[in-house]
Ligand binder design. Structure first.
Ligand code: NDP
Length: 267
């Protein structure tokens, strides 16, 4: 079993982003929007650009007024909104108002449609990080079985579309899937995007399968762990660690998206 850390893929993507940025007349500019104080959002954001931070009980009209300025600002190339939003902020309104070209995480309906139709366009950063890691490891997808555990709009569903586009045969699992371990054992490529610490152990993994762990959870000792318990996965071909795996590539994908958005506008 080989441990695939995210660092090499992240370096490659960051280099691409820098190369694109270097060819532009000004630095690409990203704005992140966060409500509340979620620790993992803050960690992700610290590597990003300008921040807009609002309390969870912010006045929607004041927020949308500030948002419309950023959205219309020609110097802003990309916007990333951390989700979930507070109940007072309408996701439907926010993402229907957002400029599709500034949508860095494929949350605007027009961009989602492109993804689900298999057309080219921006993809959500985390599923794209998984796809880059698969490519970097040289794992063939065409005609192979991929099982994605999790069906959220942020990770599981878009990732299943991206795997499908690469001609994998994709199964999507969720909390009502019967005999999850049996379904997972059919996978050549298994992706865990659940949010349950160490739900997936070696008994879910077929000999020679590649396992990608998207999960970010705190265990009972306050330690960061994934959805997979990789200690019993010696029979897998590849596994990704948490931390230092998929999550460490996501920020570089975001940088690449921002550079590409700026290039689309400025070149
Ligand atoms: P959601 O909570 O939105 O979705 C979780 C999915 O897992 C749901 O589809 C749910 O099923 C399914 N699920 C829950 N429990 C089980 C179970 N026991 N068996 C099978 N399926 C189950 O989470 P996200 O998709 O937003 O995130 C998933 C994980 O990825 C989290 O740990 C999150 O922190 C992490 N994450 C990591 C990122 C990174 O950059 N590395 C970025 C984004 C997320 P159902 O639909 O039936 O409820």
């Amino acid at each position: 079993m080989e441990l695939i850390k995210g660092a090499d893929t992240a370096r490659e993507l960051t280099a691409r982003a820098k190369e694109i940025a270097g060819s532009l007349p000004r630095r690409p500019k990203l704005v992140t929007i966060r409500f509340g104080e979620d620790g993992s959002d803050i960690a992700y954001e610290s590597s990003a650009g300008k921040r807009m931070v609002y309390p969870a009980d912010t006045d929607p009209e004041l927020f949308f007024e500030a948002f419309s300025k950023v959205n219309a600002d020609p110097d802003v190339d990309g916007i990333l909104v951390f989700q979930p939003l507070p109940p007072s902020i309408s996701a439907v309104r926010l993402f229907s108002e957002m400029d599709p070209d500034k949508d860095m995480d494929c949350a605007v309906p027009e961009n989602r449609l492109k993804l689900f139709e298999g057309r080219d366009g921006v993809c959500p950063c985390t599923p794209e990080a998984v796809m880059w890691m698969i490519e970097h490891a040289g794992i063939e997808l065409q005609g192979r079985r991929a099982v994605v555990v999790g069906r959220s709009l942020v990770v599981g569903k878009p990732l299943s579309m991206m795997l499908l586009k690469k001609n994998a045969t994709v199964t999507v699992c969720h909390s009502r899937t019967k005999d999850l371990a049996k379904v997972c054992r059919e996978a050549d490529v298994l992706v865990a995007a659940v949010g349950r610490a160490k739900l997936i152990d070696g008994s879910f993994v077929k000999e020679g399968a590649a396992v990608f762990d998207v999960g970010i959870n705190m265990d009972a000792d306050g330690k960061l762990v994934g959805d997979c318990d990789i200690s019993g996965m010696e029979h897998a071909s590849y596994v990704t660690p948490v931390p230092g795996g998929v999550g460490s590539v996501t920020t570089s994908v975001l940088a690449l998206h921002t550079a590409e958005a700026a290039a689309k506008k400025l070149l």
